[in-house]
Design a protein around this ligand. Structure first.
Ligand code: GDP
Ligand code: IMO
Ligand code: MG
Length: 436
C-alpha cells in the first residue's frame, strides 16, 4: 500500500475534505501538515454535513487515528470547539485523545495573532489580502522569526511566561504606535495559555515518532493538505497567498516523514475554478459573464466554509492546473463538482495566456503581470443533465464529459482518478486507487 498526499490544485475549496473522508476508508492515519483553521473542509455523509477547520477529515471513520503535525499553526480554542461539536454529534466518543493527537512541535495561534491579522487587514485599504483573519500569517511569522510559542511550551508553566513576554514585546510597539490598538496584557495571555496547556496535555504527542512507527509497520497514511497550490507562499500568486507551503513538499516538512514515504500525490480540482479573498484570477468571469457566475455560485453553493464570503468564479484554467501538477508532482487528479456544470450551453477551457501581444504557457511570477494576462479559451459543448445514479463506469458518462476529462488528462499528462458529482460521499466515481 502506498501513502497518499492530498493537495488543492487551485485556490483552495476544491473539495479536499470530501476526498480525504472518502479515502480515509483505505488509510489508518490521517495527517494535517500545514495551514490552520483558515481551512474549511466539508464532509457530507448520509446527508449530514460536517465542516472541519483543524481536525483531519478522517475523523468520521471510527477506527482511524487523526494527527495534527508540526507544520500546522494550531489554535487550541478552535480545536476544543471542534472536539466539543464532534462529541455532541456523536462522531467521536468520550476519549477523543485516543483518536486525535497534536504535535508538540506545532506552533500555537494566540489571541494576539488574530488581533494583528485583523488590524493589518483593516489598515491595508486597497492592498488587502482578504485573509480569513484567523491569525495564520502572524503565527507563521513568529515561527520563522523564532519567537513562536509551540504546543510543548504550553505544557511548561515555568518557562512559558518569559517566552510570551519575548513574543509580545515588538507586537505591543506595533499595536500601540502603528495601529492605535490596545497593547497585549502579558498576565491575561499567560493565564489563558496555562489553562489551555493543561486541557491539551492528553492530546499532545511526538507526532513524527508516531509516524515513524506507523511507517515501519507499513500502516497506510493519508496526508491532508489545506488551501491550494496557487495560495502557496513560494509558488502561489504572491503576495495574495497564505503563509505556508500548501504544495506536496509541505507534507514532508510539515510532518517529518522523508520523501520515500510518499507514494502518490492526488491533486483536487473543480471542473471550474473559484477563489476567495483578493488577488489575480486570470479566468475569472465575475465581470465578463456575471449571470453565469451567479448561477454557478448558486448551484455549487460557492460560499466560504470558514468565513461565508462569496467565492469568485471562473473557467477551468489548464495552464494553472499544469503548473500545479508540476510543482506538486501530482500523480492523479480528482475532478470535483462536475455536476455543477450539467446542462450549461458551453464550456471554456483556458489553454494559454496572452500578455503584451505574446502567447505564454506558464504562470507569470508577479501579481501585476498575472492581473493583466488574458486567457485564451477553447470552447466546447457542455454535457447535458444526466442521471449520475445510472453511471457505473467511465463509459456510462455523457460523451462531452468524457471528452472534458480526456482534454484535462492530455494537457496535464496525468490521469483523472476520481470524478465527483455531488457533495455526498457516495456521489463519486472512482476511476483508480492511489493507494495501490
Ligand atoms: P475543501 O476546502 O477543499 O475541503 O472544500 P470546501 O469544503 O471548502 O468546499 C467544497 C464544497 O463543495 C463543499 O461544500 C462540499 O460539500 C461541496 N462538494 C464537494 N464535492 C462536490 C461535488 O462533486 N458536487 C457538488 N455539488 N458539491 C461538492
Ligand atoms: P481550504 O483548506 C480558500 C485564502 C484567504 C486569503 C488568503 C490568505 O478550505 O481550501 P490566510 O487567512 O490564510 O492568511 O488568508 O488565503 N485562504 C483560503 N481560500 N480555501 C482555504 O482553505 C483558504 N485558506 C486561506 O481567503 O485569500
Ligand atoms: Mg474549504
Amino acid at each position: 500500500m502506498k501513502n497518499v498526499v492530498i493537495v488543492g490544485a487551485q485556490w483552495g475549496d476544491e473539495g479536499k475534505g470530501k476526498v480525504v473522508d472518502l479515502y480515509s476508508a483505505k488509510a489508518e492515519y490521517i495527517v494535517r501538515y500545514q495551514g490552520g483553521n483558515n481551512a474549511g473542509h466539508t464532509l457530507v455523509v448520509n446527508g449530514k454535513k460536517t465542516v472541519l477547520h483543524l481536525i483531519p477529515s478522517g475523523i468520521l471513520h471510527a477506527d482511524k487515528v487523526c494527527l495534527i503535525a508540526n507544520g500546522v499553526v494550531f489554535d487550541p480554542e478552535v480545536f476544543f470547539k471542534e472536539i466539543d461539536s464532534l462529541l455532541a454529534s456523536g462522531a467521536i466518543s468520550d476519549r477523543p485523545y485516543d483518536r486525535v493527537r497534536v504535535s508538540d512541535r506545532a506552533h500555537v495561534i494566540l489571541p494576539y495573532h488574530r488581533l494583528l491579522d485583523s488590524v493589518r487587514e483593516a489598515k491595508a485599504a486597497g492592498g488587502k489580502i482578504g485573509t480569513t483573519v484567523r491569525g495564520i500569517g502572524p503565527a507563521y511569522e513568529d515561527k520563522v522569526s523564532r519567537r513562536g510559542i509551540r504546543v510543548a511550551d504550553l505544557l511548561d508553566a515555568k518557562t512559558l511566561r518569559a517566552k510570551i513576554e519575548h513574543a509580545i514585546e515588538e507586537k505591543n510597539v506595533l499595536l500601540k504606535n502603528l495601529y492605535g490598538a490596545d497593547p497585549i496584557a502579558l498576565d491575561a495571555v499567560y493565564d489563558t495559555c496555562v489553562g489551555l496547556g493543561e486541557k491539551l496535555r492528553p492530546y499532545v504527542a511526538d507526532v513524527k515518532s508516531l509516524l515513524m512507527t506507523a511507517l515501519e509497520q507499513k500502516r497506510p497514511m493519508l496526508f491532508e493538505g489545506a488551501q491550494g497550490t496557487l495560495l502557496d507562499i513560494d509558488h502561489g500568486t504572491y503576495p495574495f497567498v497564505t503563509s505556508s507551503n500548501t504544495i506536496a513538499g509541505g507534507a514532508l516538512t510539515g510532518s517529518g516523514v522523508g520523501e520515500g514515504a510518499i507514494g502518490s500525490v492526488i491533486g483536487i480540482m473543480k471542473a471550474y475554478v473559484t477563489r476567495v479573498g483578493s488577488g489575480p484570477f486570470p479566468t475569472e468571469i465575475e465581470e465578463t459573464e456575471p449571470a453565469l457566475a451567479e448561477k454557478i455560485r448558486a448551484v455549487g453553493q460557492e460560499f466560504g466554509a470558514t468565513t461565508g464570503r462569496k467565492r469568485r468564479i471562473g473557467w477551468l484554467d489548464l495552464v494553472a492546473l499544469k503548473y500545479a501538477v508540476q510543482v506538486n508532482g501530482i500523480t492523479g487528479l480528482a475532478l470535483m463538482k462536475a455536476d455543477v456544470l450539467n446542462g450549461l450551453d458551453c464550456l471554456k477551457l483556458c489553454t494559454s495566456y496572452s500578455i503584451g501581444g505574446n502567447t505564454v504557457y506558464d504562470l507569470p511570477s508577479r501579481a501585476e503581470d498575472l492581473a493583466r494576462i488574458e486567457p485564451n479559451y477553447d470552447v466546447y459543448p457542455c454535457w447535458p443533465n444526466y442521471d449520475a445514479k445510472e453511471v457505473k463506469g467511465f463509459d456510462d458518462l455523457p460523451e462531452e464529459l468524457r471528452e472534458y476529462i480526456r482534454k484535462i488528462e492530455a494537457f496535464t499528462g496525468v490521469p483523472v482518478v476520481l470524478l465527483s458529482v455531488g457533495p455526498g460521499r457516495e456521489e463519486t466515481l472512482e476511476l483508480g486507487n492511489p493507494f495501490e
